[in-house]
Design a protein around this ligand. Structure first.
Ligand SMILES: CC(C)(COP(=O)(O)OP(=O)(O)OC[C@H]1O[C@@H](n2cnc3c(N)ncnc32)[C@H](O)[C@@H]1OP(=O)(O)O)[C@@H](O)C(=O)NCCC(=O)NCCS
Length: 170
């Protein structure tokens, strides 16, 4: 049984269960994921299963990462939203499967997720960090009231890239 954590106009944000392994595997194989979040590609369903098992365990601790699937109201798994620890702070992340992009789903999910996760973590600011050429992601952060605090060369998932660092504060 999934635990619904947030219901929005068009979406449900829930906790993972192992039956989602196939959709997580398939959603992860897309070109945008390979380019912008290569460490979140699961080449096999078993890899997705192992990761989901780890993420379900992580719900029980305070260290995270905290990753939640985004479902349409019909139940289809279209992506995820997450908070991951960076040093002593937290960073948001998100993915929407290609065929569902440009419909406002990532922004809708993130707008509702931010207050939920900041309250759960007891924090008053959270980062959004992306490559400077990830225009869709930059638009999502802008629509969710993140403010640009750095643009330039920086570490992005282990490599140097032109990046943008955005911060959301309450
Ligand atoms: C980034 C991502 C989550 C956006 O999801 P989404 O549901 O399409 O987001 P939204 O519809 O809320 O907003 C995206 C905006 O960017 C625009 N957009 C989408 N793809 C674009 C592209 N390739 N180039 C330029 N603009 C693009 C959309 O039209 C929309 O514009 P609008 O605000 O004027 O309507 C999705 O593209 C994705 O999963 N990408 C791969 C993973 C990723 O990069 N995650 C973020 C890592 S920092």
């Amino acid at each position: 049984m999934q635990n619904l954590i947030i219901s929005t106009e068009r979406l449900q944000i829930t906790t993972f269960d192992i039956t989602m392994a196939n959709s997580v595997h398939l959603n992860s194989l897309e070109e945008d994921i390979r380019m912008f979040v290569p460490d979140e590609v699961f080449e096999t369903e078993q890899e997705a299963k192992d990761t989901i098992t780890f993420l379900i365990e992580s719900y029980k601790n305070t260290k995270g990462p905290f990753v939640y699937p985004i479902l349409l109201k019909t139940g289809e798994n279209i992506g995820y939203v997450q908070a991951v620890p960076i040093d002593d702070e937290w960073e948001v992340g998100y993915h929407i499967a290609k065929k569902y992009t440009s419909k406002g789903y990532a922004s809708e999910a993130l707008k509702h997720f931010i207050p939920y996760i900041m309250d759960k973590l007891g924090i008053n600011q959270i980062w959004g960090i992306c490559r400077s050429d990830n225009i869709a992601s930059i638009k999502v952060l802008g629509k969710c009231a993140f403010k640009l605090v750095y643009a330039g060369i920086g570490d992005y998932r282990g490599n140097n890239h032109q990046i943008c660092k955005y911060l959301y504060k309450v």
